[in-house]
Design a protein around this ligand. Structure first.
Ligand SMILES: C[S@@+](CC[C@H](N)C(=O)[O-])C[C@H]1O[C@@H](n2cnc3c(N)ncnc32)[C@H](O)[C@@H]1O
Length: 257
């Protein structure tokens, strides 16, 4: 599998260009915040003179540690265990990060192909060493997978659909690489069922997103999954600990029929 780093970089540039692209996100914050947002986005990716975007120290060093910390609580660990209990066979994980799911996979995994465009494999080294099944890490984006149709029994996404720039395309790609009958396992945060909270999630996206590696607060996870043609078999919606902007959770399984 050959990885085109230029393609990955172009996707990252597009991602930052897309931050706050929805005008409704700018209703309250206005132009000064727009400037701040662009500055933070440029800093986060270490933008350079030729208008390309290399990973800066924030996204390369600080952000992976921050994500590990925030998504490493006992509550989240319990959620991961529940979300991954039935994953089996040949598995693709999108947005692998530093590999926080590895301890929670069951025994019936034949191979894990782990993809992430941003996170250096070194952050996962300690977990990779303990994995009881083969893991292949590739620095790829979920929107464009150089993988054949129907190669996988399962695709896994945890706290990643919020961050992928073209999330509809990434779920469509996940569906494509699943075998007929294959399952998409997800554990995500997203849009609140409370319309007032959801409005604030949309408003704050454009400030929050550049600081959080492109994460959006208001994605309607079940709708995105079904719009991509997957059939929801199991969906649990619940509120996790912490501020209500971040607490809505979606855990479930969708099938390729
Ligand atoms: C909030 S982190 C979650 C990491 C990990 N999945 C977890 O459960 O903790 C979001 C991850 O999505 C990855 N990501 C961003 N854009 C992506 C893309 N286009 N395709 C796949 N993963 C992407 C980020 O690099 C990051 O590792």
């Amino acid at each position: 599998m050959k990885v085109d780093r230029e393609v990955v970089r172009a996707q990252r540039v597009r991602a930052l260009g897309d931050v706050g692209a929805n005008p409704s996100h700018n209703v309250v914050i206005g132009a000064p915040v727009q400037k701040f947002r662009v500055l933070v986005a440029a800093r986060a990716c270490g933008q350079v003179a030729d208008n390309t975007c290399e990973m800066g120290i924030y996204s390369r060093v600080i952000l992976p540690r921050l994500v590990d910390f925030v998504l490493g609580t006992e509550t989240v660990k319990r959620d991961r265990k529940l979300a991954l209990a039935d994953v089996q066979g040949r598995v693709l994980e999108i947005g692998f990060g530093s590999g926080p799911n590895l301890p929670y996979y069951g025994k019936n995994i034949s191979e894990l192909v782990a993809i992430d465009p941003d996170v250096a494999e070194k952050y996962a080294t300690h977990r990779l060493a303990l994995a009881p099944f083969p893991v292949r890490f590739e620095p790829l984006s979920g929107e464009s997978l150089p993988l054949g149709d129907g190669e996988f029994d399962a695709v896994v996404s945890t706290f990643t659909l919020c961050t992928i720039p073209d999330v509809a395309r990434a779920i469509a790609e996940s569906r494509r690489v699943l075998k007929p009958g294959g399952r998409f396992f997800f554990l995500e945060h997203g849009r609140s069922a409370d319309t007032d909270i959801a409005l604030w999630q949309s408003r704050l996206n454009s400030i929050y997103s550049p600081l959080a590696g492109g994460c959006r607060l208001d994605r309607d996870v079940p709708a995105l999954i079904t719009e991509a043609g997957l059939v929801l078999e199991k969906l649990e919606r619940y509120e996790s600990d912490g501020p209500r902007l971040f607490s809505p959770r979606f855990r479930g399984i969708a099938r390729k029929v």
